[in-house]
Design a protein around this ligand. Structure first.
Ligand code: ZN
Length: 442
């Protein structure tokens, strides 16, 4: 098995030419990066000069000293994104405004300089070299119209490996996209998991790409399995978010989880409630600190994602750490009556193995003294016999659903839709929508 190309890239970035990169090299460079980030942030950013108080780069003697620093949250970013800037606004090349969520009202803004965008392109170039090669035509089902958008940066990264990135934007016309894949001889596909699955299941096995990169949302194992089966292709997954500079980590050929962009980002896993660091192997909240970000460094930024580092080495032989596939969002854990918790990830693993399922939507509301779980399934052929029973059987493989139903705490209602729900044209994260009044939940 080939070692992840991220390792050589990180070695070159860290200047360790001449000898094989060791874990100690990575951590030594990360320590220097952390000190520099803290120094610049406390000197140049209004937010951090107040937020860090008396703490300074002199307090960082080892990576563990990072634990003494306060977290940065999405709420901090919403409150006053401009106070994070370490350069003048004239030096910002790209501003990403992330939609409002929850009750906060204010959008998040993330700022990048041209150096920051260049660093992302460089990471994408290495990441894509795992699955794309010179001459490949790569269809990118992500937003890419604006300069500096994720699709635009990917296209530039692919150009640098001699491949052609074709920005298609998220899918809103499945037959049209499938025709384009055939017409343009697409070898590699990049997109959101549910969108790519919906394409595959309506393709009759035709227009198969050689490899796929799934990104932008948690990746259900059931979707990876289905894509391998339908298109007989290799499926890779990527983990990132805008605040990371889009890219965070990407799988190698071992397909065990992500190797991280450790030259630019230092990752931690912390207990979601206490904030205490968790050892490798233990699930917790993913937290990262930027090491090279110029415009808007972030120190101990809480992602709200649930993840863990795998405790053992990757079979590819890298010294880079391996992060298990992300399990979803911490605020995506929805309590149901009787004390169980349900997540969209559990519903995904139960339902996506249904071979005619294209997508589904799920919500919880309150009816009488029970919770109502409503699932709207988009099926290729909703008239097919037994679809309803198969879906109910699949849902009852989820322990939280089965036990809550048996106790009389939960009623499951299904709606079958055909033809498909119109493709959303969006890569927004899929969620289990909670419509209940929180005060009324037992
Ligand atoms: Zn590996």
């Amino acid at each position: 098995m080939k070692i992840t190309p991220l390792q050589d890239w990180i070695a070159a970035r860290m200047g360790t030419h001449g000898h094989r990169l060791s874990r100690a090299d990575v951590e030594r460079r990360q320590l220097l990066g952390l000190r520099e980030t803290v120094r610049r942030a406390s000197a140049e950013s209004r937010f951090y000069s107040a937020h860090l108080g008396q703490l300074s780069e002199a307090d960082i003697h080892s990576l563990d000293d990072l634990h003494r620093f306060p977290f940065t949250t999405a709420r901090d970013l919403r409150r006053n994104p401009y106070s994070f800037l370490c350069v003048s606004q004239g030096n910002i090349s790209r501003v990403v405004t992330l939609g409002t969520s929850g009750t906060s009202g204010e959008p998040k803004r993330v700022f990048f300089t041209s150096e920051d965008l260049e660093s992302t392109i460089d990471f994408f170039r290495q990441g894509m070299s795992i699955l794309a090669k010179r001459g490949d035509r790569v269809l990118i089902l992500l937003p890419g119209e604006r300069p500096g958008s994720v699709g635009d940066l990917l296209r530039e990264a692919l150009r640098r490996i001699g491949a052609q990135g074709i920005v298609h934007d998220p899918v809103n016309d499945v037959p049209g996209t499938l025709k384009r894949m055939a017409r343009e001889h697409i070898g590699v596909l990049v997109g959101a998991p549910a969108q790519v699955l919906s394409l595959a299941r309506q393709s009759d096995g035709k227009s198969a790409p050689r490899s796929i990169l799934l990104s932008t949302d948690h990746v259900p194992a059931a979707i990876v399995e289905a894509l391998r089966h339908i298109w007989n292709c290799e499926v890779f997954t990527h983990y990132g978010m805008t605040e990371m500079g889009y890219g965070g980590g990407v799988e190698c050929g071992a397909h065990r989880g992500y190797h991280m962009r450790e030259a630019d980002l230092c990752f931690e896993i912390v207990h979601p409630e206490t904030g205490r660091p968790e050892p490798d192997g233990v699930m917790g909240e993913v937290v990262f600190t930027t090491l090279t970000r110029v415009g808007m460094p972030l120190i101990r930024y809480r992602t709200g994602d649930l993840g863990r580092f795998l405790p053992d080495a990757c079979p590819c032989g890298t010294v880079l750490k391996t992060m298990d596939r992300i399990e979803g969002r911490i605020d995506g854990r929805v309590p149901i009556a009787g004390g169980s918790v349900l997540t969209i990830a559990e519903l995904d693993e139960a339902l996506f193995p249904m071979d005619d399922l294209l997508d589904f939507e799920a919500s919880i509301s309150r009816g009488g003294n029970r919770d109502l779980l409503r699932i709207e399934l988009s099926l290729r052929d909703a008239g097919k016999r037994g679809a309803r029973d198969r879906a109910l059987d699949a849902l009852r493989t989820v322990p939280a659903i089965r036990s809550a139903e048996l106790r009389g705490d939960l009623l499951v209602t299904l709606a079958l839709r055909a033809p498909a729900l119109p493709a959303t044209g969006s890569t927004a994260k899929r969620t289990l929508v909670d419509n209940r009044n929180p005060e009324r939940v037992s």
